[in-house]
Design a protein around this ligand. Structure first.
Ligand code: AGP
Length: 614
């Protein structure tokens, strides 16, 4: 939830930290701060607001070779300068990403020893604890502190009597690091390391990294030196920049054809022309190391995730039940983890997460594993916690998604569900190889369809002008369209701050229709031909009560022109693939409405890109 970065080396650490915090700001931006070692003393500068406000407060001559920096998404304590990180007590200065769940009990114990915090944060209690345990041996103090701390944490720690050294430890929250000739860098996210190196490693949980100018030494709690696997990102720095778009979200909406190409193509083997198996192979999961045995003897499937990732799962449920004829449930991860779910070795639990670090989803995964379920995760960030803790991982290759509102990761997650469903159905003998190949052709055709839809952006932008002043809005649909209304609704809410609801079109008359008054905007999704007439009847119901209707449908759908105020057509495709193009329309509606309202599209209020705390 917060962005943290540490540096020690041959560059000006203040510059390294401020630059890194700017790149990490999407993870949280209530307040920010840096602590740098200068002339033998640790100096701290903190500021409420965005990193730019902190930057303005740092004097030009504030140079240093070692420091830690933090951009905050408040969990404990208000948004104040005192509560901003870094926190310092005695000889200890630290920054933290995560939540210390037992900080009240710890504070009471520490108070008995005369140690009292000045802030309202859980993080400062960790500084008090470490200082109470530190007698010169950082390893011993950190290990002992971990025995007392409950919750999730990623810490970067400086001890006054160990100049130019930073110690790091994590549990649950992410920390990635790299060492180059310029020094040692650690951060909560790879995007802050890219300018120094594409090679990085993930700090294993309960391992201590000691960062000096000339090396990063990782040891386990028994003192054994460990060499974590070095991974290489395929991104480059420009990929994480805006490439000329006004917002990251706009860039990422337009990156969807490429993101889908990168996610689908590695799973396709083209057959020789004229092959009786059709032009394309089955989805091939060899490179993913996902065996067909994973799909055998599965009695039920549970898909669990949060937010947009959960909405992708809602689409996966419909696909799986249609093709596999097996029971599928979609659970919100924060509910799943506390409801004592029924799990066994024949349950396949699929977790979905763009960041791979969402705390509730990670906890749901761990619960599934503890109960013997098979686990497969769909993740966009290589080496992330959820990826590392799953039995099997299906990586989407959407590239870095910086905007808080997920777009390309969502459609990439959809493609993952489609390919898994096709492979799964083939393994179960529900479809033939040729049928599977035809499905894959259809999936690949989604890419040019989305390219077509993106050309309609000006039309969508024009329609968005009619929504700028809306206060309440409804998305309605049936079947796959209903699953998509959930995604359309969260996209609109989270960046325009307009209240909206996703509703099964057939359910409106059971109560919610009373909310439809003259001019109420309704976005009707009508891409599924088997329920088109029913959906159009529901559109007539809202129309009759004065609703302002935007209908997202397919080019060949026959709809009375007077039924909608605006009609947006997506390219003709097999109904099963319609959600991809329709999703892009809804993303653009949300994006342009938010832009027209003059809002911070990439970093909407109160939100963060990765919710790594409960
Ligand atoms: C989506 O636009 C939101 N930013 C949010 O719902 C997000 O999908 C959710 O927090 C899950 O994140 P994850 O995919 O990284 O686990």
């Amino acid at each position: 939830m917060c962005g943290i970065i540490g540096f020690t080396g041959y560059l000006n650490s203040a510059e390294v930290l401020l630059q890194g915090l700017s790149e990490l700001e999407y993870r949280g931006y209530d307040s920010a701060g840096i602590a740098c070692l200068r002339d033998g003393k640790v100096e701290i500068i903190k500021e409420v607001g965005k990193v730019s406000s902190l930057h303005a407060k740092v004097p030009a001559d504030f140079t240093s070779s070692c420091g830690i920096g933090h951009t905050r998404w408040a969990t404990h304590g208000g948004v104040t300068e005192v509560n901003a990180h870094p926190h310092r007590y005695g000889k200890v200065t630290l920054i933290h990403n995560g939540i210390i769940e037992n900080y009240h009990e710890l504070a009471e114990e520490l108070a008995k020893g005369g140690r009292f915090p000045v802030s309202e944060t859980d993080t400062e209690i960790a500084a008090l604890l470490l200082d109470s345990l530190y007698t010169g041996d950082a390893y011993a103090a950190i290990k002992e502190a971990c025995n007392h701390l409950e919750g999730a944490y990623g810490f970067c720690i400086m001890f006054d009597d160990q100049p130019e050294v930073i110690y790091c430890i994590r549990k649950g929250s992410p920390l990635v690091a790299t060492h180059t000739d310029e020094g040692s860098v650690i951060a909560s996210d790879m995007v802050a390391l890219l300018r120094y190196s594409k090679d990085y490693f993930v700090l294993p949980e309960f391992h201590i990294a000691k960062m000096t100018k000339d090396a990063i030494i990782v040891t386990d709690f028994e003192g054994n030196i460990v060499n974590p696997e070095i991974m290489t990102v395929t991104w480059d720095t420009t990929a994480a920049q805006k490439n000329g778009y006004k917002h990251f979200m706009a860039k990422e909406i337009h990156e969807q054809p490429e993101a889908l190409r990168r996610t689908i193509m590695p799973r396709i083997v083209k057959h020789a022309e004229g092959s009786e198996l059709g032009g394309l192979s089955l989805p091939d999961f060899t490179a993913d190391n996902i065996p067909d045995s994973l799909f055998k003897d599965v009695s039920r499937i549970i898909i669990t995730a949060c937010g947009t990732a959960m909405h992708a799962g809602m689409m996966g449920k419909i696909l799986f039940e249609r093709l596999l004829r097996k029971p599928v449930t979609v659970d919100i991860a924060s509910e799943f983890r506390y409801e004592d779910p029924i799990l066994d070795e024949n349950t396949l639990v699929i977790t979905v997460s763009q960041s791979g670090e969402t705390a509730d989803t990670l906890a749901a995964l761990r619960l599934a594993r503890e109960n013997g379920a098979r686990t497969l995760s769909i993740v966009n960030v290589k080496g992330s916690s959820i990826a590392r803790e799953s039995d099997y991982v299906f990586y989407t290759h959407a590239g870095p998604e910086i905007a808080v509102a997920s777009t390309k990761a969502y459609t990439a997650q959809l493609s993952a569900f489609y390919m898994i469903a096709f492979r799964f159905a083939y393994v179960l003998g529900k479809i033939t190889a040729k049928e599977c190949s035809d499905y894959m052709e259809g999936l690949l055709d989604v890419i040019p369809s989305i390219e077509e839809v993106l050309k309609q952006e000006d039309d969508v932008e024009a329609i968005s002008h009619h929504l700028v002043k809306a206060e309440n809005l409804f998305f309605i649909g049936r079947s796959l369209d209903y699953a998509l209304t959930w995604e359309g609704s969260i996209k609109l809410k989270e960046i325009t701050y307009i209240h909206s609801e996703a509703y099964a079109a057939g359910e409106l008359k059971h109560g919610t229709l009373s909310l439809i008054t003259d001019g109420t905007p309704v976005i009707a999704l009508a891409t599924q031909s088997h329920v088109l007439s029913k959906t159009l009847s529901n559109v007539k119901e809202v129309r009759a009560r004065g609703a302002f209707v935007i209908c997202v449908t397919t080019k060949d759908a026959v709809i009375e022109p007077t039924l909608c105020d605006f009609r947006i057509d997506i390219p003709r495709t097999d109904d099963i693939f319609a959600p991809f193009s329709a999703a892009v329309i809804l993303q653009m509606i949300a994006y342009h409405t938010a832009s027209l309202r003059g809002l911070d599209v990439d970093q909407p209020r109160n939100l963060a890109k990765s919710v790594t705390v409960e």
